[in-house]
Design a binder for this molecule. Sequence first.
Ligand code: ADP
Ligand code: MG
Length: 546
Amino acid sequence: MTEIFGYAFNSFLLQGAWIAIKITFFAMVLGLVLGLVLALMRLSRFKAVSGIAWFYIWLMRGTPILLQLVFVFDALPRMGIKFDPFTTAVIGFTLNEAAFAAEYMRGGIQAVNRNQSVAAASLGMGSFLTLRRIILPQAMRAILPQMSNATISMLKGTSLASVIFVNELTFRAQQIIATNFDFFTVFIAAAILYLVMTTLVAVVQIFLERRFNLDLRSVGGQTSGFARLFGGWVSAPAASSEAPATAEAVQAEKERAPNAPAVATPIPLAKMLKPIEPRTKSDPTDQQPFVVCRDVCKSYVQRGHPRREVLRGVNFDVKRGEVVTLMGASGSGKSTLLRLINHLDVLDSGEITVEGKLVGYERKNGELRPVSNLAGARAAARIGMVFQHFNLFDHMTALQNVMEAPVKVYGVAPAVARQRAMELLSSVGLENHAHHFPHRLSGGQQQRVAIARALAINPSLMLFDEPTSALDPELVGEVLSVLRKLAEGGMTMIVVTHEMRFAREVADRVVFMDEGVIVEQGTPDEVFERPQKRRTQQFLRMVGNH
Ligand code: ADP
Ligand code: MG
């Protein structure tokens, strides 16, 4: 026994273990980076790009790492590149790990609900920002167990590096045995060293999993070293390192960044949420259309299905300050129309302008083409969107959800954004829930956070896609009352909803859609009491008005 420990603490073997750790560390870090690149390539819609990644993964997963190591060891010098055995081993293990990492990272990325990216896009977040802030932190939960599997197998697998003369642990154990033939004790000592190393990996895994596990987070959690290590990623509730938003701090931030790029003249909250002056619905100066849809057409092609025309020439205007409710049977194209308005989806033909500007298109030879910086165009358009299923960022608290776009997209100083986010949260009655994660909030509360998040970008137009359809009946009222306050404050709003009472009380106009066209529109009274078209009458009977 003492002999075993004698060997385990033998500096010759310990040095071998240290080499194994170093190879694993470097190869894992580099392999994960390369793996992420390959995973993104695999997810690319360009066939050539995803094809190259697929080929690489196929090749590296399909051949033994032993061959790969020897190949790198022999091939590189022939190309005039000379590395020592250690570096060669790191390169070999990196190239191999990347292939596996690519697949488990792709799996993790795909496991994150697509709604999360749609919500990020609606806030003007670009694809890399979305990947870094929204997708990867959530994907980590699925990636971590596989990542630690991979680390453990690489640690053990480093023994293969002896073939290219890396003097690692197993190799050293064999060397000792070659001199004293004490198989048993030496190998047990080596095994103990491997077990200690792999146990450490498992312990790190436990810590990281706790960090990325949303269910284990609670209010007032401690900021652990890991949370600090990963910064905004594993934002534990109390981990927000931003200074408290004292008046002085805010002032200081303002002085530091006197013209923070975006929040150009923030619309005062009061104007957004409180009726300062009642809206004058017939103010003649304000009758210019604010949103204009002209002959909007959109169809979807799905493999194995005939082309489906979802919008077939929609013409539609909204004036500034107007509240329009959009109604129509499921599948009539309402959501598609909203998505096209803030360019979350691309038009087939026709055009849409908001405040006289195309959102993310440029005209070339008379044709509309999406601009290259679509995220920037969306951010500039400031169109707030609220979804049926809330689509809050699940790994962020209510406050962090609301602060995300102002800070990361519009470059607002965190202290300023924080103060404003708190104002917005209290305006929707959630000041006491600022540090709660979405899964701890009721549906109605989540939707109110989502509204606050959309308002945080100072929108000039708000789109609501069935904001109350996913809510229990008793929670509908709290969301509708926020919408009502917004409407009274003069916000321009397009609301897809089947809430007749809301439409009747709040909407200036009801627009009825069917099969991709607008069938009928008018004041709530006209459409609900005297519907002209048969389809409208049928629909109204169905949703229980008559
Ligand atoms: P609504 O919101 O009025 O219920 P949608 O605009 O969501 O209707 O959808 C209209 C039609 O378009 C539906 O039949 C739907 O299946 C189809 N559709 C919507 N989005 C897509 C998509 N990304 N790919 C294929 N079909 C789609
Ligand atoms: Mg819909």
